[in-house]
Each structure stands twice: as structure tokens, then as C-alpha cells.
Design a protein around this ligand. Structure first.
Ligand code: IPE
Ligand code: IPE
Ligand code: MG
Length: 250
């Protein structure tokens, strides 16, 4: 597709500022083709490239991708090892693209649990892209929402011990200060590929009012056309946040 044929930002009813995606179905994609699961993960990395580029082009402010959960450590060592190698390769190869698109690269999760070589590349990419002015691309790595909330609760308990007055007035928005990235915006739209109707421990706090979009398409097949379909579906949503629309109160 040439740049000319791509839909403009204005052609969408409305676009989310912050998009989050549970990238699922790499294994099933491979299995359907009689390929090893690894091939699905490799193809999934291509989707990460395509979707990131298109989200940046459309001017989204944040894209958060669930790449590896705290529960995914339970998978066979060989698959985990492959995913870590793939992540390291991705981080090195994508730096040029990240810089060319002025993307700010971030990561959330129990990053200490990642292999040192992956952490080194993560730090490099984060540092290199820190001053860019474009979209934030955030990978959730060794991420689990319950762990994130537990950490926050423990930090608040520690603060309460040192300074009881400081926690008395804590409001909902103050809790963000104790999450992995206080400046992260709540996703407006949360997409899950491969059909499963669950959150799998992803952004339980942040997604309280996110619009949900689940597609049966497996992640390696989720490219520009699928992204556009998800964004168009979002455009049709009516967001009330518990209230009423101006014409509903009559
Ligand atoms: C998503 O694909 C990638 C990760 C969770 C790391 P899966 O590997 O979960 O693929 P399925 O769900 O087995 O098809
Ligand atoms: C969710 O997918 C985690 C990621 C996409 C990284 P899973 O494949 O791990 O989720 P479950 O096991 O089907 O809930
Ligand atoms: Mg899965």
C-alpha cells in the first residue's frame, strides 16, 4: 500500500489517544499452518512493526503492547528462551525505525526478571529514544497487573508507616504514582486478538473504562487493515463513564 492510499487521521470518526493490545494467538497461527510455535512468534514481531508504524502515522499518543506476562514464565524453558532472544533481536533491529518515527520507547513489568542481555538492550533503547517527541511505544514485559497493584499497595503501606498523614488524603489518581509508570494514560481502547474474552492479568486498574475490542484474528495476521477495523469500531462507541449523554437526561 502506498502512503497515498492510507487512510488519513481525519477519515476516522474518532481515534483513541491511548491504545493497548493483548497480542495473542501466535501459537495457534503457527499450528494452523503446520509450523512450530516459534514461527508464530517471528511473524508476530512483524505485526508489532506494522502496527507501531501505523499507530505513529495516525498520531496516537500511546501504544502499550502486552508482550510477555508474569504467567508466561510457566511456559517450557525453550519457548521462554526463544521469546527472550526474539525480544533482544527486536530491540536492536527496531532502534532505527523507533528513531526515524520519533517514538519514545518504554517498558513496564518486573523487568529485573528479564535476562541481563535483554535488560541492557531495553535500557539502551529507552535511553536513546527518551527525548523523542512522538508516540510512546510501551512494551509490557514480565508484566502482571496483580503484581503491579501489590507493589503499589506495599509502597503505600511503607509510606503510611513513615508518614501516616501522607496517605490519609490519597485519592484514586494518587494511586497512579505507585504504578510502574505514573505518567501512563489509561487506554481508551483495549484490543485482544485471537478471540479469547479475558484480560489475562493486563492493566486491571488502567482499563477500568477502556473500550474493549476482541477480534478472532491471530496476532501475526493483525496488520494495518485489522488495526483500521479496530479503530473504526472504536469510532462507533458511545462512552458514558457512568453518566448520561447530554440528550439522555431528558
Ligand atoms: C501470544 O501468543 C504471545 C505470548 C503470549 C508471548 P501465544 O503464544 O499465547 O499464542 P497461543 O495463544 O498459544 O495461540
Ligand atoms: C496473554 O496471552 C499474555 C500476552 C499476550 C503476553 P496468554 O496466551 O498468556 O493468555 P492466556 O493464557 O490465554 O490467558
Ligand atoms: Mg495465548
Amino acid at each position: 500500500m502506498s502512503a497515498k492510499e492510507k487512510p488519513s487521521r481525519e477519515s476516522f470518526e474518532k481515534l483513541p489517544d491511548a491504545l493497548a493490545i493483548i497480542m495473542d494467538g501466535n501459537g495457534r497461527w503457527a499450528e494452523e499452518r503446520g509450523l512450530p510455535r516459534k514461527a508464530g512468534h517471528e511473524a508476530g514481531a512483524e505485526s508489532v512493526r506494522a502496527v507501531t508504524r501505523e499507530c505513529a502515522r495516525l498520531g496516537l499518543t500511546e501504544l502499550t503492547l502486552y508482550a510477555f506476562s508474569t504467567e508466561n514464565w510457566k511456559r517450557p524453558g525453550e519457548e521462554v528462551g526463544f521469546l527472550m532472544d526474539l525480544l533482544e533481536r527486536y530491540l536492536v533491529q527496531e532502534r532505527k525505525e523507533i528513531m526515524e518515527n520519533a517514538i519514545v520507547f518504554r517498558a513496564i513489568g518486573e523487568l529485573e526478571a528479564l535476562p541481563p542481555s535483554v535488560r541492557t538492550e531495553l535500557d539502551r533503547t529507552r535511553e536513546m529514544s527518551r527525548k523523542n517527541g512522538g508516540m510512546v511505544l510501551r512494551l509490557a514485559l514480565s508484566y502482571g497487573s496483580r503484581k503491579e497493584i501489590l507493589r503499589a499497595a506495599l509502597e503505600i503501606a511503607e509510606l503510611a508507616r513513615k508518614d501516616p498523614a501522607a496517605v490519609e488524603s490519597l485519592g484514586e489518581d494518587d494511586l497512579r504514582r505507585f504504578l510502574y509508570e505514573p505518567e501512563m494514560r489509561d487506554p481508551d481502547l483495549l484490543v485482544r486478538t485471537a478471540g479469547e474474552m479475558r484480560l489475562s492479568n493486563f492493566l486491571l486498574w488502567q482499563a477500568s473504562y477502556s473500550e474493549l475490542h476482541v477480534t478472532d484474528v491471530c496476532w501475526p495476521d493483525f496488520r494495518e487493515a485489522e488495526l483500521h477495523a479496530a479503530l473504526r469500531a472504536y469510532g462507533e462507541r458511545v462512552r458514558r463513564f457512568g453518566g448520561l449523554l447530554s440528550d439522555e437526561g431528558r
